[in-house]
Design a protein around this ligand. Structure first.
Ligand SMILES: [Zn+2]
Length: 368
């Protein structure tokens, strides 16, 4: 089952809904139809925010294949370059667009003498079901408050949120990217803890009214852990800079024929050093990959009757021997086993574990 579905395409970008978004929509329809109104507005504003990030990135000739919309926000699939100026502009553009939309709505309201409902009143009317959705002033007030909330929240310097990226870019103007990211991640963790505490009702210390907000708490937890992951990938990318899959592929590799029985495989081919085996057909062509972990539940007494071909995964991930590893890193780290191919010939393979080993070794050798 796919985890996301494309809903439409705009400026060449595929707009995808995460499956949890659909569940969320169904829940709202069943239990809380009035919230649906606010949610559709948030959905529209988040989409604009992500499109603005993407359009700025595309001006820098960066490809943006897709935008993923989840119930807690949007994610543009942008491979942001290690260039502080570009990162600053791409990251700042999203929240900035929210502030511009809020400003434009306020200007329009004052010109047409519509009254801006204040923040607390807006949400109070909404929560008590007394909101008048036919009142343009009320609808536009909602538009203003949702935009301001999204814009200002995203500008918090919590890496990897937009504000955290802006903060990292500003520091990267005067120090190297890894150092700047390390600081941004530390600051981001502090922000994440604060967001979590606010979700737990800490604002009550100031306002006097305590309310727990599980979604805010969840965002805090998510923020706390996601910054570090990106730092890890960045470090590996730097360590593998300038290398190609050909340079680091493991060349010694055993193959297995699809017509071999598992018993025979275990006694003649299986090696402790290899946990994935390319599977060939009678002509020697690679038709899939045998994962040792897939054999965990096979009963020992059946191994002589089960053929390798019947437990082979038919999907083969390949990477071109001459490409830059840094560019392919996110993909290579997300696949268990990738064949390195040069002009149609298999040279060897790489696994995430191997990439980590090479990166560690390379950093020790360079003394970084
Ligand atoms: Zn953003």
């Amino acid at each position: 089952m796919a985890s996301s579905y494309r809903i439409f395409k705009i400026f060449g970008i595929s707009i995808e809904l995460h499956i949890t978004f659909l569940f969320f929509l169904v829940l709202l329809l069943l239990f809380d139809v009035t919230t649906l109104y606010l949610w559709l507005m948030v959905f529209f504003i988040v989409l604009i925010h992500e499109l603005v990030h993407s359009l700025v990135a595309m001006r820098f000739k960066i490809k943006v294949p897709s935008i993923l919309l989840t119930p807690i926000g949007g994610l543009s699939n942008i491979d942001v370059p290690e260039d502080p100026k570009k990162e600053f502009l791409i990251s700042f553009a999203g929240p900035f667009s929210n502030l511009v939309m809020a400003g434009a709505a306020v200007a329009f309201m004052s010109l047409s003498s519509l009254i801006l409902t204040d923040y607390n009143t807006f949400f109070n009317l909404f929560e008590t079901g007394k909101a008048n959705f036919l009142d343009p002033g009320y609808i536009l007030s909602g538009f203003v408050w949702v935009n301001l909330t999204l814009g200002l929240f995203n500008l918090l310097p919590g890496f990897p949120m937009d504000g955290g990226r802006v903060f990292r870019a500003l520091m990267a103007f005067r120090m190297d990217y890894i150092k700047a990211t390390q600081i941004a991640v530390q600051v981001g963790k502090v922000i994440a803890v604060i967001v979590f505490l606010v979700g737990l009702g800490a604002m009550g210390l100031i306002t006097g009214s305590y309310a727990i907000n599980p979604i805010t708490m969840l965002i805090g937890v998510f923020l706390y852990f996601s910054g570090g992951q990106e730092l890890q990938v960045l470090k590996i990318r730097h360590a593998l800079e300038g290398m190609t899959p050909k340079d680091i592929a493991i060349h010694e590799m055993r193959y297995v024929n699809e017509s071999m029985s598992l018993a025979e495989f275990f006694s003649t081919v299986a090696s402790l050093e290899q946990s994935h085996y390319p599977v060939t057909d009678a002509t020697g062509k690679v038709i899939g990959v045998l994962y040792i972990e897939d054999l965990r539940d096979v009963r020992r007494e059946n191994t002589s009757t089960i053929l390798v071909g019947s437990v082979t995964r038919r999907r083969i991930d390949v990477v071109d021997a001459g490409t830059s590893i840094s560019d392919k890193l996110p993909i290579l780290l997300s696949k268990d086993f990738v064949l390195v191919v040069e002009a149609g010939n298999v040279l060897g393979y790489v696994t995430p574990g191997h990439l980590l080993d090479v990166a560690r070794f390379s950093r020790i050798r360079r003394g970084t």
